[in-house]
Design a protein around this ligand. Structure first.
Ligand SMILES: NC(=O)c1ccc[n+]([C@@H]2O[C@H](COP(=O)([O-])OP(=O)(O)OC[C@H]3O[C@@H](n4cnc5c(N)ncnc54)[C@H](OP(=O)(O)O)[C@@H]3O)[C@@H](O)[C@H]2O)c1
Length: 244
């Protein structure tokens, strides 16, 4: 199951799962045509798999709860979760309002908590395979570790919350044999960065040792790697091409 699976890193993760032969369930985009395009794209990659999309507003508990209830009602067992849904409005520091700050925390920080909580409640009923009943990967951000961009202060704070949350949740979820880790991407070519001011883009690009941004399918590669790695628990792994 992949939140934000109809675009960017989430869609690339869904495509990689489809290529590998896994059934895919995504949280629907709020834009219906985007969801339909994503479903068609995934079916074109592998017509033998099951592809489904259910609505989920990740920052609202009633919506997340209904999303997982619909999954259970459809008789679907969730083995792996990639939580990729998130927002990043780039706004000058002193123009960031409480409303925008709250929206970012709600989507990114609260959304990660809610998706983790309900995914883990669903996974508790799974049979144990190997060490775990299920695995969760949160897509966090290097911005939650080392950011120098005041335009994303609210985003960076929300992603720092994600990174600490992975650690805390891992201890609790281990009681039920559920695994959680985080993937912290650096700069990736997706729509998320459409509002990044050109001067910030230039300044940030100059700091990357690999001298380029990553493509979303490279993050999908990392995500599937982390989800299938043994003995990894409660870690946030940075994939930023080297960054100073
Ligand atoms: N791109 C980067 O450079 C970068 C770097 C580090 C971390 N990340 C993280 O990677 C994740 C994916 O971002 P992306 O780059 O792939 O951006 P993206 O293409 O804009 O995808 C974001 C996805 O999140 C969904 N979403 C946003 N708010 C939501 C909400 N309230 N409820 C449900 N879904 C919601 C969007 O759905 P709609 O279609 O409905 O809008 C969209 O599918 C995010 O968590 C982001 O913080 C990205």
């Amino acid at each position: 199951m992949i939140t934000g699976g109809a675009s960017g890193i989430g869609l690339s993760c869904a495509s990689a799962v489809a290529k590998a032969g896994g059934n895919v369930l995504v949280s629907a985009s709020r834009k219906p045509e985007k969801t339909q395009q994503a479903i068609a794209h995934l079916k074109a990659i592998n017509s033998a798999i099951d592809v489904k999309a259910f609505p989920c507003e990740v920052g609202q508990e009633a919506s997340v709860s209904a999303f997982f209830a619909a999954i259970a009602q459809a008789g679907i067992q969730i083995d792996h979760v990639i939580h990729s849904a998130g927002i990043s409005p780039n706004t000058e520091f002193f123009d960031q309002t409480q409303a925008e700050w709250d929206q970012v925390q709600n989507t990114n920080a609260t959304g990660s908590f809610l998706v983790t909580k309900y995914a883990a409640l669903a996974m508790k009923n799974n049979p144990v395979r190997g060490d775990f009943r299920g695995k969760i990967l949160l897509v966090t951000s290097t911005n939650g570790i080392n950011s120098w961009d005041p335009v994303s202060a609210h985003y960076d704070a929300s992603k720092a919350a994600n990174n600490l949350f992975v650690r805390v949740a891992a201890e609790k979820l281990s009681e039920d044999q559920i695994c959680i880790n985080g993937l912290a991407p650096g700069w990736i070519n997706t729509d998320l960065n459409a509002t990044l001011p050109p001067d910030v883009r230039e300044k940030e690009s100059a700091k990357i040792w690999m001298k380029r941004w990553a493509e979303p399918d490279e993050m999908a590669h990392c995500a599937l790697h982390l989800l299938t790695m043994p003995y990894l628990m409660g870690q946030v792994v940075m994939a930023d091409g080297g960054y100073r």
